[in-house]
Design a protein around this ligand. Structure first.
Ligand code: G1P
Length: 287
C-alpha cells in the first residue's frame, strides 16, 4: 500500500511569532520568498502524496487564497511577458489536490488530526507539521514513505535533541533495530527532563495507520490540557508495531523566532540568485 494522503494541521495561533501572526497565518510567513506551508506541500508532493487536507481555523483565509488561481495577476503577468513568474504562480495551484477543513475549537494536535477522519478513511496517511521545515537531498517524507514500504505500519520521524530541550517535544523510547530505526515501545509528550525516557524527539513528520482515529476520539486531554497526538500514538503502539526513524536532513523550527531566522539565512544562501551578494553582505556585518 502507498501513502497517498497527507494532513497538515495549520489551525494554531502562532503566538511565538506575534505580532506578525496577528493577521498573517504563521504558515504563510515567507522563508525568503515562499510561505513555509508551500515548502512542506512540495515535500509531500515529492513523496508521492496526491491529496492534502489542511486543517485551518477562522483566521487563516490567506492559506486558501495562496493555493488558488488569481486570474487578474496571471493576466497581468501574461500581458507583460513575465513568463517565469507566471509559471511559478500556476505551478502552485497545480501542486496537489488541496482540501480544507476548519478545526472549530483549539483543542490540540490530536484533536486537529481527528478532524481528518472522514478525509482519510481506512488507509495509512501522513501528518506534516508545517512549523518544521526540513532541508534534505531526498525529501523527509519520501524517506519516511520508503520506511513505510518496508515496515507497513506507523513510522514516526525523529531526531535526537539536547537533554535540556526534551520538554519541548514528544519523546519516544524504543529498541534500536537498525542504524536509524527504533522499534517504539513508549511515547510521552513534553516530559520534564527527569522523566524523559530518551532524547529522541518527534519532529513533525508522521505516517500513521487509520486505527488512530477511534483512539483520538476517546483519549482525555494530556500535556498543556490539550488532546495530544503523542498520547494517541501511545495507545496505538499497545496494539500495533510502530517505528521511529531518524531521518537525514537539517530541521528548522520556523515557529520560533531564532529557528525562523536560521531558516531564512540558510535558504537564502542556497539560492543561486542571492547567494553571492547575500554572503558578501553578511561578511560586512559579522565581526
Ligand atoms: C508538536 C508535537 C510534539 C512534537 C513537535 C515537533 O508539538 O506535539 O510531539 O515533538 O510538534 O515540532 P508543538 O511544537 O506543536 O508544541
Amino acid at each position: 500500500m502507498k501513502i497517498k494522503k497527507a494532513i497538515i494541521p495549520a489551525a494554531g495561533f502562532g503566538t511565538r511569532l506575534l505580532p506578525a501572526t496577528k493577521s498573517i497565518p504563521k504558515e504563510m510567513i515567507p522563508i525568503v520568498d515562499k510561505p513555509a506551508l508551500q515548502y512542506v506541500i512540495e515535500e509531500a508532493v515529492e513523496a508521492g502524496i496526491e491529496d492534502i487536507l489542511i486543517i485551518t481555523s477562522r483566521h487563516k483565509k490567506a492559506i486558501e487564497d495562496h493555493f488558488d488561481n488569481l486570474p487578474e495577476l496571471e493576466n497581468l503577468l501574461e500581458n507583460t511577458n513575465k513568463v517565469d513568474a507566471l509559471k511559478e504562480l500556476r505551478d502552485i495551484t497545480n501542486l496537489a489536490n488541496i482540501h480544507y477543513i476548519r478545526q472549530k475549537e483549539a483543542k490540540g494536535l490530536g484533536h486537529a488530526v481527528g478532524c481528518a477522519k472522514a478525509f482519510v478513511g481506512n488507509e495509512p496517511f501522513a501528518v506534516i507539521l508545517p512549523d518544521d521545515i526540513i532541508y534534505s537531498s531526498v525529501s523527509c517524507l519520501k524517506q519516511m514513505t520508503r520506511m513505510f514500504d518496508k515496515y507497513q505500519t506507523s513510522i514516526i520521524g525523529v531526531q535526537t535533541v539536547k537533554e535540556n530541550e526534551v520538554n519541548r517535544y514528544g519523546i519516544v523510547s524504543g529498541t534500536k533495530i537498525d542504524e536509524k530505526i527504533y522499534k517504539v515501545n513508549g511515547l510521552v509528550e513534553k516530559p520534564p527532563i527527569e522523566k524523559a525516557p530518551s532524547n529522541i524527539a518527534i519532529v513533525g513528520r508522521y505516517i500513521i495507520t487509520p486505527e488512530i482515529f477511534d483512539i483520538l476520539e476517546n483519549i482525555p486531554p494530556g500535556a498543556l490540557g490539550e488532546i495530544q497526538l503523542t498520547d494517541g500514538l501511545l495507545e496505538l503502539v499497545k496494539n500495533q508495531d510502530m517505528y521511529a526513524y531518524i531521518f537525514d536532513g537539517k530541521r528548522y523550527d520556523t515557529g520560533n523566532k531564532l529557528g525562523y531566522l536560521e531558516a531564512i539565512v540558510d535558504f537564502a544562501l542556497k539560492r543561486e540568485d542571492l547567494r553571492n551578494e547575500f554572503k558578501n553582505y553578511l561578511k560586512t556585518i559579522i565581526d
